[in-house]
Design a binder for this molecule. Structure first.
Ligand code: NAD
Length: 554
């Protein structure tokens, strides 16, 4: 069965089309890429990352999506409802080829119970952020954001780098697996706990983690020695975080930096309760989901309580976007929100300038195409030393997973400029095939998520989700190749709404115009959203760049 289904995932490469145009081809290749065995965490279940974030609702839907994309005309638009293709309408050539709505539930019903009920009936799937919107690029997609976070943390607390510090975290999954690499890139030592050995092995194979151990004592010994010697080192430690943190406290160990990226946003599928193996957890999950969730939440409460204890002992502690504080708070941990989320603590100023996890993918499959675009970044953005350092480090340390791709945080103005350059390079033949340009939903103007991207907004507008809806609509109007609107990504059902966009640079004049429009409105929404909330940097950016905001004073 497994072999059968996976054989449907075909990795198309080169310049030959399997569809009626490069826009459809891009959607097809990116869907397949999301499920590439080197990219997806559980491709045989259509699961890409982030707990049960899927690319299609089931294999029948997958087949129908592939068929539809292959037949789709250049003036048609395919509609996807929670991973299932539901309609093809005639639109026009500059309209999106695909519109996607995933996991959306009417607000009063928007919780995991309703979701699981609908999921069981075959009416819904969990799209996470880039899983159901076909722009996941493996762990690289998050590495730079994670690096930006740790680099900013280092700047705020330790001078310029993490050298001579130990960061403790848990969760070495699709996204969390970027943490050890980002910490070592910032010069530090990382202990990354994961309860699933295969996840640690995968991070070692892809060079995101240096060594592994199942001994807590050995992990502490290795980490303290590297810290003393000022050496960057990442250690994968096998175990359950909710058990190991209290043991560390008992041994008198306090890390310098502390966070967590287990899939706590999904207590049923993303978090392993204490006292269980992966096997016993799987048995309980299918036999008694309610009991599983109860144990899982109780374990998260222990986990967060231990984090607070370590914070009190001096560890710089932050939430890394998995909603674990909310679960602990609901379980009665009064001080759960005593440590901040990573966005207000380290990232928001970047959002004010429309900066976020911009990415591009070589549809040719040829790494040389990405190398050439890297060179452009180094040349065109040479004034941005931090960005250029990132590109050089990425060239050296990032192993491509699936289609070659690159991520870098570009802001308003920069994205449109770079997009045009890429399109010109495709037109001139310098690049061997079109390039897909997209981003994470975790971006400056595309998310409403009060425990994450919009935590502690200056004007209290944390829960206002008009912004991502406007983001999706303006990007669709501008002619993005596909646009998505999801619920529950990152932090789980009920806690977020967010939009995605992807646009193809196929070298045509039409594409150039679409790129100019969409890569302006998309980061523009980030600047506008933060200017509206009263952030001076966003207001200044809007003024400097001439973004029209009708009610901006002065
Ligand atoms: P994933 O499901 O691929 O990986 C989660 C990992 O946690 C797995 O390897 C699992 O074995 C491990 N785990 C579960 N329970 C554990 C426990 N008790 N102790 C130790 N390890 C345990 O998920 P992912 O894609 O890596 O995402 C992780 C979380 O981070 C999600 O909640 C996701 O929504 C969030 N996220 C944050 C950001 C960000 O930028 N901050 C971005 C994307 C995702």
């Amino acid at each position: 069965m497994k072999a059968n289904t996976l054989s449907k995932v075909v990795q198309y490469r080169g310049t030959e089309l399997n569809t009626k145009g490069w826009q459809q081809e891009a959607a097809l290749r990116m869907l397949m890429n999301n499920l590439h065995p080197d990219v997806a965490e559980h491709p045989e279940e259509l699961v890409v990352y982030g707990g049960i974030g899927k690319a299609a609702r089931n294999w029948e839907s997958f087949d129908a999506i592939v068929r539809s994309l292959k037949e789709l005309e250049n003036d048609e638009t395919l509609l996807i409802q929670s991973g299932k293709p539901v309609a093809v309408f005639k639109s026009h050539t500059n309209a999106p080829r695909v519109l996607i709505a995933n996991s959306n539930i009417v607000p009063a019903f928007a919780n995991w119970d309703t979701f699981h009920e609908l999921d069981k009936k075959g009416l819904m799937m969990y799209g996470q952020m880039t899983a159901g919107s076909w722009i996941y690029i493996g762990s690289q997609g998050i590495v730079q954001g994670t690096y930006e976070t740790f680099a900013e943390l280092a700047k705020q607390h330790f001078g310029e780098s993490l050298k001579g510090t130990i960061t403790l975290t848990a969760g070495l999954g699709g996204m969390g697996g970027a943490q050890p690499l980002a910490v070592t890139m910032a010069g530090g030592v990382c202990i990354g706990i994961d309860v699933d050995e295969s996840r640690i092995d995968r991070r070692i194979e892809t060079r995101y983690t240096d060594v592994k151990t199942d001994s807590l004592d050995e992990a502490i010994r290795l980490a303290e020695k590297a810290k003393k010697d000022g050496i960057a080192l990442s250690i994968g430690l096998l175990g359950n975080a909710a058990e190991i943190l209290p043991e560390m406290i008992a041994r008198g160990f306090t890390p310098d930096v502390l966070t967590d990226q287990t899939s706590a946003h999904d207590p049923l599928n993303g978090y392993i309760p204490t006292g269980m193996t992966l096997e016993t957890a799987a048995e309980l999950r299918s036999a008694d989901a309610e009991e599983y969730v109860k144990r899982s939440k109780a374990s998260m409460a222990k986990h967060v309580s231990a984090m607070i204890e370590m914070m009190d002992k001096g560890a710089i502690t932050f939430d890394y976007g998995n909603n674990i504080r909310q679960v602990a708070k609901d379980e009665g941990v009064e001080r759960a929100f005593d440590f901040p989320g990573f966005v207000p603590a380290y990232i928001r100023p970047q959002f004010c300038e429309g900066k976020g996890p911009f990415r591009w993918v070589a549809l040719s499959g040829d790494p040389e195409d990405i190398r050439k675009t890297d060179e452009v970044i180094l040349r065109e953005f040479s004034y941005n030393t931090h960005l250029c350092n990132w590109i050089k480090m990425a060239q050296e340390k990032i192993q491509f997973q699936g289609l070659p791709s690159r991520i870098c945080w570009l802001g308003y103005g920069e994205r449109a400029r770079f997009g045009k350059i890429i399109n010109d390079m495709v037109a001139s033949g310098e690049l061997s095939a079109p390039i897909v340009i997209g981003r994470d939903h975790l971006d400056s103007g595309s998310v409403a998520s009060p425990n994450r991207e919009t935590e502690a907004m200056k004007d209290g507008s944390d829960a206002v989700s008009d912004w991502p809806i406007l983001n999706a609509m303006i990007n669709a109007v501008g002619g993005a190749t596909w646009v998505s609107f999801h619920h529950g990504g990152g932090v789980g059902m009920g806690y977020s709404q967010h939009a995605g966009m992807v646009i193809v640079a196929d070298g045509t004049k039409d594409a150039e115009e679409r790129i100019e429009r969409v890569l302006t409105t998309d980061p523009g929404m980030g600047v506008v959203r933060h200017a509206d909330a009263g952030y001076d940097l966003a207001i200044q950016t809007a003024r400097d760049k001439g973004i029209k905001i009708p009610m901006l004073e002065g």
